[in-house]
Design a protein around this ligand. Sequence first.
Ligand code: RVP
Length: 484
Amino acid sequence: SQKLQVPEALTFDDVLLRPKESRVEPDEADTATRVSKNVEINVPVLTAAMDTVTESDMAIAMARHGGLGVLHRNMDVDQMVAEIERVKRADELIIRDVVTAAPDQTVRDVDQMMDKQGVSGAPVVDDDGQVLGIISGTDIRPYLEVGEDDAVDEAMTDEVVTAPEDVTAREALELMYEHKIERVPIVDDDNRLIGLVTMQGILQRREYDTAARDENDRLVAGAAVGPFELDRATAADEAGADVLFIDSAHAHNLNVVDSAREIKETVDADVVVGNIGTREAAEDVVDFADGVKVGIGPGSICTTRVVTGAGMPQITAVSQVADVASQHDVPVIADGGIRYSGDAIKAVAAGADAVMLGSYFAGTDEAPGRVITMNGKKYKQYRGMGSVGAMSDGGGDRYLKEEDEDDEFVPEGVEAATPYKGSVQSELHQLVGGMQSGMGYVGAETLPEFKERSEFVRVSAAGQQESHPHDVMITDEAPNYSPD
Ligand code: RVP
């Protein structure tokens, strides 16, 4: 029958990268890439917009180490705005949320306040916001013995060194060395407090030399918005999100396409449209999307293919979409199903510019949720956004479902636990290190070169078995491999 003349679709385990002549040392392989037309990152890795994966802690950690976190949307718009602002402010040179003291407060009061807020110094400002001085632990210490009830303006240093808002990190450091101080209040022309630059802040920024930053040197932030949530999209855009991700399980639904187009016309941020999994879907969005995200059913917690019978194995999905997207200079993100660094670099070979992962990072400290212990082993919760639990908390429209009064959802995901893993930094190190080694085997120094140069071979079931450790019993766990 004609109906059974069907094309084959492949996924990660069906293929391997063909090794090629190379002089590329893995450590030197350059992993810089684009998430979308205007957003560049330094490692090609995104964390999933899921309520057990990405909130501001994760997004900050990811951007500091060169990638991008995409904030989930199972939260109010106000909350999302606060989360975006938290990421954008995390490594800002000028701290805008400054703890200040009033001149007539008692020294005891200020000491307790600084303790509670976890700061070791505070500018002293009057009712008008004018900077009168600065008070630090060193100023306070002698007063704690003899003059706890004295007013702050007795104890403070009143010859305060300030700087204007356009101060650079270097200039601020020079001021600090010259005057032997650790913080410089930033003031406007009328000496009113705008913010604070601290030595600690400057040193911390230096530590993250590969951080993904925007043109104002702030960390990059991504945020998920529902396909029909124009209000959330506008708010996230105004809060400073660099990329909005239209969060749909089937973005080739034409109502989703129409709405995504409207969102794109309304906001300044880049708009990534997803998820899609075919050439035809790519053709319908590349004229307006700043990026496309690929994945229909590959996710580790996803039951879409089982429940709906629809889906597309991920290597074929990525390469079909990339064939179209690359013609329009639209970056492609491969989302879901990545278990190992080898899968991630295979996704790039298929045509992705970056990869998005959920389960890989859900067990880290920076993911929301606490560590649970079962049978002496540590885990963290990880659930699909189409699971009953996550849909009851909002976001059912990802699956084009109306809010259900009895919460009788038809889920497309499961609720699970994933092994506890420690910090994002070490997980990301393994992931990116493995990808760079893959670039070494293919002989490509950059990701665009790798996309060009890489070739797949098809793997049989026997070959697939040969790929994994076999005929041995693993005695020590490797940091980048665990048998399923
Ligand atoms: P994985 O990395 O394999 O855990 O997959 C994560 C991806 O799975 C997400 O980025 C999202 O595209 C998809 N997902 C999230 N929830 C669900 C679901 O409930 N079906 N799927």
